[in-house]
Design a protein around this ligand. Sequence first.
Ligand SMILES: [Fe+2]
Length: 221
Amino acid sequence: MMGGTSATSSEASLWIVIWLETELKVRERLSCAHLLYLNIMSENELTLDKFIETLNQFAARAFPVREVHSFLLETTLRQHEIEPYLLFDSEQYTRNLIHKSEEFELLAICWQPGQDAPTHGHEGEKCWSRVEKGRLRFTNYKEISSADSFDLEVLATIVGNLGHLDGPADIHKVENPFEESAVSLHIYSHPFPACDIYDLENHRKIRKTLGYFSKYGKLCE
Ligand SMILES: [Fe+2]
């Protein structure tokens, strides 16, 4: 009986040693991969000035879609630099202007849990959204027009985590149905002062003027 117990204990100890060794190796590999990821991301982490400078270079070439797409996927922004622009409101999502020129504008949009932007168009301009914090749900549509009416076909609904890139957007709805607040970075080229809101229930379009909650880090009146 004693011998049997001793054999079982030895086996168990052996298994624990094997498990620990495997676990440590996996963790070592994971931490190496994680460090490599952090290293790559930190190399591609840009200051806000550098980010805007690159967008200015794209603006001079009418925002080449593939290149802008790659740039937005491969770079990050130093978070402490956009912190001053991240102003939230308890009533609705907020549009916070970071930079504006004739060619493009850069905004941080802040979403409290439960806030959303209704289905809207982008005036045929090139627009990208990137998730900077939290998660957002994007629903993209295609408009099927007829002489006196419109219909929308859902192309995709995607939950975008940190770094998710949506765009160039045509017609979409953006929601934060999650429990955590979220932030997205938006590039609009060219800037537009109004857009179409698609009232899907009543089958009509409503023209909406777009304003800002804050400009350059200061609340608008
Ligand atoms: Fe949008």
